[in-house]
Design a protein. Structure first.
Ligand code: P1T
Length: 394
């Protein structure tokens, strides 16, 4: 057979095409253009020992597998493994390890990740070193002979610190250690850690991937078939699978991920610029601003900076006035939905991190986190301005 010429070879589809079509061929029996919701716990088998591929829905579910293929395609991975929550996904990564193993973990992760490490996984015999991965040398310095995993989050929740993913991958490759990157804040639209050498990419699909604040879910992506098999075995054995309806909702969300992220990126930058110029704001933490100490790295490893913006205000009273005073930004945990949310990490998402550790990282009661949605940016600016005590009343 002759090789197709370069002209007739189809190029690798781009992200917007993958978001809509990746992993989702029409259903073969009816041609249903959307993947059906296979709401079943088990499958009739044609006979004993027939090698029937569908056994039990904890192990196989076609709706879930469509989501897994879709997210894997967006992350430029070869396999996806979906979970009942982002925390279940991180827990599964940790279960690759055994008692006595050591993990190097970014110190400014989501509070639930710290809680899992210091109040659950430590009791199973894992030890953790928490590092400021803004300096990749600190990752190298924290590696021990028994280190098996480096767990990073970039940008971090909520201080928007960055880790140089290429440098982190160099450090872990040299040491033969797995690198897992929580890509929840950036999304594959803005950053693809597998392309710079990460072994595992993790998402809380609760956030941008689903995008509509109506499910809890998680996913891991990998390129290595052996790692895929090990993670699937762990998930089959521990059982934290998402339901088919939630997978279908998430797939519906990923179809518009690229469109939503364009708006989140634009609105996030608009809010960050506005807040930076606002007299009531002490400091803005947003990698897309030239004033961010790692802006040069952000511009190099990200193509957009998402809708997550944190600000430090002069007093806790000012924080209370802001978060209780907005009318569009709703006071709530979580992020990444089309609607704007506002929160105080020290009292909400990061309350389980010990106070001294929180404050060392700047996560004081004076920090407010915004998840900027895709409403009209002028309405959002006016909402913040009014609640910060300068704009007109409504
Ligand atoms: O909530 P869950 O789907 O289990 O995901 C946990 C998680 C993991 N990683 C990151 C970066 C996260 O932000 C989260 C959850 N975060 C919030 C609920 C929050 O408001 O920050």
């Amino acid at each position: 057979m002759t090789q197709p010429s370069a002209r007739t070879q189809s190029p690798e589809p781009r992200l917007a095409t993958l978001a809509i079509h990746g992993g989702q061929a029409p259903e073969p029996h009816t041609g249903s253009i959307m993947p059906p919701i296979f709401q079943t716990s088990t499958y009739v088998q044609p006979g004993l020992d027939q090698g029937w591929p569908w056994e039990y829905a904890r192990v196989q579910n076609p709706t879930r597998e469509a989501l897994e293929r879709n997210v894997a395609s967006l992350e430029r991975a070869s396999h996806g493994i979906a979970f009942a929550s982002g925390m279940a996904a991180i827990d599964c990564v940790a279960r690759l390890l055994s008692a006595g193993d050591h993990v190097v973990c970014e110190e400014n992760t989501y509070g639930g990740t710290t809680r899992l490490a210091t109040q659950v996984l430590n009791r199973a015999g894992l030890s953790f070193s928490f590092v400021d991965s803004r300096d990749p040398q600190r990752i190298r310095d924290a590696l021990q002979p028994n280190t098996r995993l480096v767990l990073l989050e970039t940008p971090t929740n909520p201080m928007m610190r960055l880790c140089d993913l290429r440098a982190a991958a160099d450090a872990t490759r040299d040491a033969g250690v797995l690198l897992c990157v929580d890509n929840t804040f950036a999304t594959p639209v803005n950053q693809r850690p597998h392309e710079t050498g990460a072994d595992i990419v993790m998402h809380s699909t609760t956030k941008y991937l689903n995008g509509h604040s109506d499910i809890i879910g998680g996913v891991l992506t990998v390129r290595d078939p052996d790692l895929n098999e090990r993670l699937r075995f762990l998930r089959k054995s521990t059982g934290a699978v998402p339901g088919p309806m939630d997978c279908w909702l998430c797939l519906r969300g990923t179809k518009t991920l690229h469109v939503r992220m364009r708006e989140h990126n634009a609105n996030g930058l608009a809010m960050a610029r506005f807040l930076e110029a606002h007299p009531a704001v002490e400091e803005v933490h947003y990698p897309g601003l030239p004033s961010h100490p790692q802006h040069e790295l952000a511009a190099r490893q990200m193509t957009g900076f998402s809708g997550m913006v944190s600000v430090t205000l002069p007093t806790e009273d000012a924080v209370r006035r802001l978060v209780e005073g907005t009318r569009i930004f709703a006071l709530a945990e979580s992020l990444g939905g089309v609607e704007s949310l506002i929160s105080v990490p020290a009292l909400m998402t990061h309350a389980s991190v010990p106070r001294e550790r929180r404050e060392e990282m700047g996560v004081s009661g004076r920090v407010v986190r915004l998840s900027v949605g895709i409403e009209d940016p002028q309405d959002l600016l006016e909402d913040l301005d009014r609640a910060l005590g300068r704009g007109p009343g409504w």
